[in-house]
Write a new protein. Structure first.
Ligand SMILES: NC(=O)CC[C@H](N)C(=O)O
Length: 430
């Protein structure tokens, strides 16, 4: 939810003279450490201080046989996941709580993470879903006016692994050259490198249904809007109300806030909610949400989408877009290393305009596999992949990326208005 200008609000005391400097004699950092706190901050002005987190040795072992010594600042243990890199400069808390990262370790290419701590407003869901966070440096000072906790404390409390002190540039280059890799993170010294390597080679993320674990268990109403302080683009609202059912495949709360701000009354339903029940509720539109993993591993969700097609206007975001692609008769495939970041240029084919977008996906719809009448509305300009679809005959629209952009730029927010227009037109013609 936060924008860069909001989250980068350092409050450094004037008596603090410079950048942290490493003191070789003392083995510590010669800085003033600002622990985030809701109580007034006190600033030591001099002296050697220890890093404000407990660190112990860890290893990242990748399936290609590479071993990356690291230091842990989160939960201890040994965990397996797919490693992806994310190029966002800000928004690590939204990334940590985005359910689409279930089954993955996220490596941040931004070399310094943790400087703004965590706060109660930037959560995309009620828990952290990724398996671990991999970073170059953990910020030694934490300061932001909304901060209530340090990143290290937050990850440890939520039992999520976090490691730093790895060469994240070298790992990113490897992922770009060889594609995403399965890895094992471990703080357990009793496990040999070879054991961890075998573990990483014994698991695969392809073909696993990850949405059933992250979806809600029963329907609920959503009413929260985007906080007025953060809202924008308000001129495009028509003041009317639309009844929307949101299928939760791992939904980010900012999608719900944006829909609500655009005047939707929302009922969120689980991924297994029967299409017939959804239709009985007489919605004006249906949203298929983002969600983790392989869209080919959830045929039941594709069936639900198929049953709803043509009966009511539908809007798919990310996983929802991929499920729509399959339901329309197309195929999805796994990309080499996917798109994860807040800086992806997308061309809107209808307007010719380029939007800078937030993206997080490893799979894509193959446009060549789609039947006639389905239009590719958006293209990712980095690699030409399909970034949006429309099938006007059935009131279908979808985006492979994140118009709710949290974190990320807001260029694509108008897609919510387009969904409203789709529902409005369909209502008028029926
Ligand atoms: N953010 C998402 O919905 C991700 C979609 C899908 N799980 C992928 O990785 O491609």
């Amino acid at each position: 939810m936060a924008m860069a200008t909001r989250t980068l609000g350092f409050v450094l005391p004037t008596s603090l003279s410079s950048q942290p400097s490493f003191d070789r004699r003392g083995g510590g950092f010669r800085v003033s450490v600002i622990r985030c706190s809701t109580s007034p901050l006190t600033f030591p002005t001099s002296g050697v201080v220890e890093k404000p987190w407990t660190s112990y040795n860890a290893r990242l072992v990748l399936e290609d046989g590479s071993i990356w010594p690291a230091k842990s600042f989160g939960a201890p243990g040994t965990r397996i996941a797919e490693l992806v890199f994310n190029t966002s400069l800000t928004g690590y808390q939204e990334i940590l709580t985005d359910p689409s990262y279930a089954g993955q370790f996220v490596l941040m290419t931004n070399p310094q993470i943790g400087n703004t701590g965590v706060n109660p407003d930037d959560e995309e869901s009620g828990q952290c879903f990724l398996t671990g966070l991999v970073i170059r440096n953990l910020s030694i000072s934490t300061s932001n006016w909304r901060c209530t906790k340090t990143l290290a404390d937050y990850l440890t409390e939520r039992d999520i692994m976090g490691v730093y002190d790895l060469d994240t540039r070298a790992i990113t280059r490897r992922l770009r050259e060889d594609g995403s890799l399965i890895g094992v993170l471990s703080t357990e010294q009793s496990k040999t490198d070879d054991e961890l390597l075998q573990m990483s080679r014994s698991w695969d993320i392809v073909g696993i249904d990850l949405i059933s674990d992250v979806s809600c268990k029963s329907p609920y109403e959503w009413v929260d809007k985007t906080n007025a302080e953060w809202d924008f683009n308000t001129n495009s609202r028509d003041g009317k109300s639309y009844k929307v059912i949101a299928y939760d495949f791992g939904i980010k709360q900012n999608i719900l806030r944006r829909l609500s701000s655009y005047g939707c009354q929302i009922t969120v339903v689980p991924s297994t909610f029967p299409a017939a029940e959804a239709l009985k509720m007489n919605p004006d539109g249906i949203l298929f949400s983002n969600g983790p993993g392989d869209p080919s591993a959830v045929p039941y969700a594709v069936e639900t989408v198929k049953e709803l097609l043509g009966k009511v206007p539908v809007y798919g975001i990310c996983m929802g877009h991929q499920l729509l692609g399959q339901a329309l008769g197309g195929k999805t495939f796994k990309m080499k290393f996917g798109h994860h970041g807040g800086n992806h240029p997308v061309r809107n084919n209808r307007t010719g305009q380029v939007e800078i977008s937030a993206q997080n996906h490893n799979y894509a719809v193959d446009p060549a596999s789609l039947p006639g009448g389905v239009e590719v509305t958006h293209v990712n300009l980095n690699d030409g992949s399909c970034a949006g679809l429309s099938f006007p005959e059935m009131n279908v629209m979808s985006l492979q990326y994140h118009p709710e952009a949290s974190p990320g730029p807001h260029d694509s927010d108008n897609a919510f208005r387009e969904f409203i227009e789709l529902m409005k037109r369909s209502k008028q013609s029926s």
